[in-house]
Write a protein that binds this ligand. Structure first.
Ligand code: AMP
Ligand code: MG
Length: 640
């Protein structure tokens, strides 16, 4: 049986997402009840009603610094004709008064101190002045003024917290103020296991061919947000015995077990088999994109769920199908608004299968965030998902959609797409705004702008004509203004002792080039073109003689890292990272790094702030070496 046949066999009967929801609704998980100290219950779900066994406050207390008095003694007091009362003592917070108040008397009292017998009001100290043994009261107070009566906050026997509430800082404060030091909470232990020979733990060395385990941590955090208790079992190799053993251990210790990876029908993907052998498989494969490969089973009443390996898919499936199961089991509601209504910023095409489509949310508008399924960058750029039904082939821009958020996300102010530059990070830091920066190269920045996806595109595109302007005109971009940014030195990056001095020396040297679509790569191409002409050859022939020319590092930093580690002899790029890594920077040329800004949003506060930051003195002085502002910085060109 070849792979394709196997795949067709295994996924012949996908379960619809409605059916999957129904199946999950029927799973019952009983959380355990555990009594925990206040310091350990944040985020937990309360297992029982909590009644107060005291009055809060437990005595009548003053809410102001001032003087305890009989209200009737002050009725005639005015600013012009104050009333004199005899001060007979004072009471501090925390002490029981041993004196009582008679007519015509006052007792100095601190905020929080018990009201002495005989007093029925407190005059604020601001409305009094001292005169020998007397005080002068300049304002009348009414009965009970500035007094908090016993039980005013919470009455003895009152229910202060309800069963099934999610415990947060406020709830903890309430419990503490009623004198309670521990409460019964629902404990739902969820075991988390990542599978794959390719996985290594974050923090350890990344050997060739390996990737870091993202799922253990992302899923654990999601579990915690649901109010359950994640238990990370770590990474298991693609080995049936090893997986089975760890799963057994988790089944012993937890009320629910989540694995990720190994759920497709590929070579070595055995999760469906393991689940089938241990218990009852309820479904294998949901007709939803992404994340078709998911296995849900039950082993002796404990749900054992195999999530997809791809981190975005794993989180989407978790949010759609596992989180509801946890909330149901804990009998509680989601902790924060998980759905927001927003407007589609661009059209989205779908392929007739139900889709959980990852999207970014920028100022209430929704943008696709699915580059290629499998890229963790999607996860980094996605704020949530929208659900697209089977029948939908195209969602029009402007259509309202419901976004299911991945968590409690910070709102994004500006989406910046295009060339990668530390100057953009500095703009973000100094403006105090939250950018979503997608560095895909200048060309992709231009297309994102043409497609109205980006708010701002950072570009450095050398052409035969004026910098950047020519490229923009070639793309006939009409929906944007060009804002002149800053200038950047571009040059060769080599080891200190390298013999390379100029572009001509590139021949025969191993180059680390930038990715296609990057302005820096385009600039090098232009320079090589000029060099070829000078040498009476063509660029095509010239680059044949430069090993590594076809490589494609995505960032300036990674170029420097390749040179630093000796993977390459020379790179081409901007100065800052070369210098910080102690490499030699040979300046070749200076370029313009500019910004295209969507016309329609030129006047919104976020863009104004961006422009003000770009033009600021602070920005100019804090740019790293090799990047500098000049007289055109911040100039707006409207007719591009
Ligand atoms: P699998 O279903 O095991 O074939 O995994 C699908 C994809 O997700 C593969 O590219 C895996 O490398 C990746 N993947 C699996 N588990 C993880 C994980 N814990 N963290 C990050 N990526 C993962
Ligand atoms: Mg795997």
């Amino acid at each position: 049986m070849n792979l394709l046949e196997r795949e067709q066999k295994e996924f012949r009967e996908l379960t619809s997402s409605e059916e999957a929801r129904r199946i999950i609704k029927n799973i019952k998980v009983e959380p355990k009840i555990e009594t925990l100290l206040l310091e350990h219950i944040n985020g937990c779900i309360l297992a029982e009603d909590v009644l107060s066994f005291i009055d809060v406050p437990a005595f009548d207390r003053s809410v102001k610094d001032g003087f305890a008095v009989r209200a009737q003694d002050t009725y005639n007091a005015t600013e012009i004709e104050p009333v004199a009362l005899m001060k007979i003592g004072s009471i501090a917070a925390g002490y029981v008064p041993d004196l009582s108040l008679g007519p015509g008397e006052a007792i100095e009292i601190a905020t929080g101190a018990p009201i002495p017998e005989g007093a029925d009001a407190v005059v604020m100290v601001e409305h009094t002045s001292a005169e020998a043994d007397n005080i002068l009261v300049r304002r009348a107070v009414y009965t009970n003024e500035n007094i908090m009566r016993t039980g005013a906050d919470i009455m003895k026997g009152e229910r202060v917290l309800r069963r099934n509430v999610r415990i947060g800082p406020r709830e903890i404060g309430v419990l503490a103020s009623t004198g309670i030091s521990k409460v019964a909470v629902k404990q739902l232990k969820v075991g988390i296991i990542s599978t794959g020979d390719e996985l290594v733990q974050p923090g350890s060395q990344l050997y060739a061919g390996k990737i870091y385990d993202a799922n253990s941590y992302a899923i654990a955090a999601s579990v915690e947000e649901c109010g359950a208790k994640p238990i990370i079992y770590g990474i298991v190799k693609d080995d049936e015995r090893a997986m089975s053993d760890v799963i057994d251990r988790a089944l012993q210790e937890c009320s629910m077990v989540l694995t990720s990876g190994s759920t497709s029908a590929g070579v070595g993907d055995v999760m469906y088999k393991i689940i089938d052998e241990k218990g009852k498989t309820l479904l294998h494969g949901i007709s939803i994109k992404p994340g078709k490969p998911v296995v849900i089973g039950v082993v002796e009443n404990i749900p054992l769920i195999g999530l997809p390996g791809n981190p975005t898919s794993a989180l989407s499936i978790f949010n759609e199908f596992v989180a509801p199961l946890i909330y149901d089991s804990l009998e509680t509601d989601p902790p924060f608004k998980t759905k927001v209504r927003a407007i589609l910023g661009t059209g989205i095409r779908s392929e007739g299968r139900k889709e959980l489509f990852p999207v970014g949310l920028i100022r209430g508008r929704v943008y696709p965030a699915d580059k290629t399924s499998g890229a963790i960058t999607t996860l980094a750029e996605a704020d949530g998902i929208i659900e697209i039904s089977e029948e939908t082939e195209y969602l029009e821009p402007g259509k309202p959609v419901d976004v299911t958020l991945f968590g409690n996300i910070a709102p994004v102010d500006i989406m910046v797409v295009g060339g990668q530059c530390p100057g953009i990070d500095l703009l973000e830091d100094l403006s105090g705004m939250n950018f979503r920066i997608i560095s895909m190269g200048s060309s992709r920045g231009l297309s994102a702008m043409a497609g109205s996806i980006a708010d701002v595109a950072g570009i450095n595109l050398a052409g035969m004509g004026e910098y950047n302007l020519e490229a923009i005109r070639n793309m006939s971009i009409r929906n944007a203004f060009l804002v002149k940014g800053y200038r950047r030195e571009q040059g060769l990056i080599v080891h200190q002792e390298s013999s390379i001095k100029n572009l001509e020396d590139l021949v025969g040297k191993k180059l680390v080039n930038r990715n296609r679509g990057s302005g820096t790569r385009a600039l090098l191409d232009k320079l090589l073109e000029e060099l070829a002409v000078k040498k009476g050859t063509t660029r095509a022939e010239l680059v044949q003689m430069i090993p590594g020319y076809s490589s494609g590092s995505r960032t300036h930093r990674s170029v420097c890292e390749a040179v630093n580690s000796g993977k390459a002899e020379v790179g081409f790029g901007i100065r800052p990272f070369a210098e910080t890594m102690g490499l030699k920077f040979i300046p070749i040329t200076v370029e313009d790094f500019d910004f295209l800004i969507n016309k329609e949003i030129m006047d919104i506060p976020q863009i104004r702030k961006l422009l003000a930051t770009l033009r600021s003195h602070d920005f100019a002085t804090r740019l790293p070496s090799g990047i500098f502002t000049y007289e055109r910085t911040g100039e707006i060109i409207e007719n591009i």
